[in-house]
Design a protein around this ligand. Structure first.
Ligand code: AKB
Length: 310
């Protein structure tokens, strides 16, 4: 049985759907801190900080794999620093320890481009480079990466991780990140015909279409263990674009669309992150290949959201 922690989040919803398609509905136990009324198939309420309940569920459902997705993202974490640190770190230890104790076999835990900071080379950021994050989210992801590698090397724990870029999908909304504008913009374009962006026009960030991100996650988890050479977290490049460029792409499909800019506190976070990422190691080790570029992604999102809004 596969257990997903944080099934109601932006990645969780789509991962549950895809894993159930692949492995069978009954093989994937979705959990979230809140009851998810619309979730079909096995579901249990679980607060990621409730270690006893986690142990109970692992035993009850004979869980062998955990995808641990619960976290406070970059913008929200800045507003609840202590809680973000507690949630992002303690819950990771609970899952790592389950594997160390031999109670589960495999873990997926997402890291982020937020592990990088102002002294990291911004263009084509290498896998191994300066990591000096300035946000509590980035600090917790970097510490988490170090712990994943530590557990892998010292306790033979099979934990796999990706440094997700900004993730963009139309099926679910992101919750409190710096890259959220790139999801919001499509909804506002269709609903209002205009969008006020909280980042400036030339803020280039690495992003990825959810289809690619979910496929990457599952491919990484299905790769033979001996191919997984990086035990901390793999860089994943995705597509690099600015608000101005995504707006231009939307305008090709919705010609009257207008964008304006009102940068807020998230600008500083964006400025500390890379603009593009080198993912050669993921390509070499588990044959990673991206499918969606900015225009293919935009066309797909707008086509699907149009159905939703009409
Ligand atoms: C965020 O903006 O916080 C996330 C991330 C890049 O990890 N989308």
């Amino acid at each position: 049985m596969i257990l997903i922690i944080g099934a109601g989040g932006q990645v969780g919803r789509e991962l549950v759907e895809k894993l159930r398609e692949k492995k069978g509905k009954e093989q994937v136990l979705a959990t979230d801190i809140r009851a998810l009324e619309d979730m079909e198939g096995p579901f249990e309420e679980l607060n990621a900080l409730d270690k006893d309940r986690l142990h109970e569920l692992v035993e009850q459902y004979q869980v062998t794999e955990i995808y641990h997705l619960a976290a406070l993202l970059s913008a929200n974490a800045e507003k609840q620093v202590k809680f973000a640190w507690e949630l992002n770190m303690d819950s990771l230890f609970y899952v790592l320890d389950l594997a160390k104790e031999g109670k589960i076999k495999k873990i997926f835990w997402p890291s982020s481009i937020a592990v990088f900071g102002p002294n990291t080379p911004r263009e084509n950021t290498p896998q191994h480079t300066v990591t000096d994050p300035t946000t509590v989210y980035g600090i917790s992801k970097l510490a988490g990466e170090r712990w994943c590698e530590y557990y892998a090397k010292n306790y033979d724990v099979d934990v796999r991780s990706i440094r997700y870029p900004g993730l963009i999908g139309y099926k679910s909304m992101p919750g409190g990140g710096t890259t959220d504008y790139a999801v919001d913009i499509y909804h506002q374009a269709l609903k209002e015909g205009k969008y006020e962006c909280f980042l400036s026009e030339n803020s280039y960030l690495p992003m990825m279409y959810m289809e690619d991100a979910i496929r990457a996650t599952i491919e990484l988890m299905e790769a033979p263990a001996e191919n997984i050479k990086i035990k901390s977290s793999y860089n994943l490049g995705g597509i690099s674009f600015s608000p101005q460029e995504i707006a231009a792409e939307i305008k090709k499909i919705i010609p009257d669309f207008e964008i304006s800019y009102a940068p807020d506190f998230r600008q500083k976070i964006a400025d500390s992150w890379p603009s593009s990422i080198d993912d050669q190691d993921a390509q070499n080790d588990w044959n990673w290949e991206i499918e969606y570029d900015l225009s293919k992604m935009s066309a797909d999102i707008i086509k699907n959201l149009r159905k939703h809004y009409t």
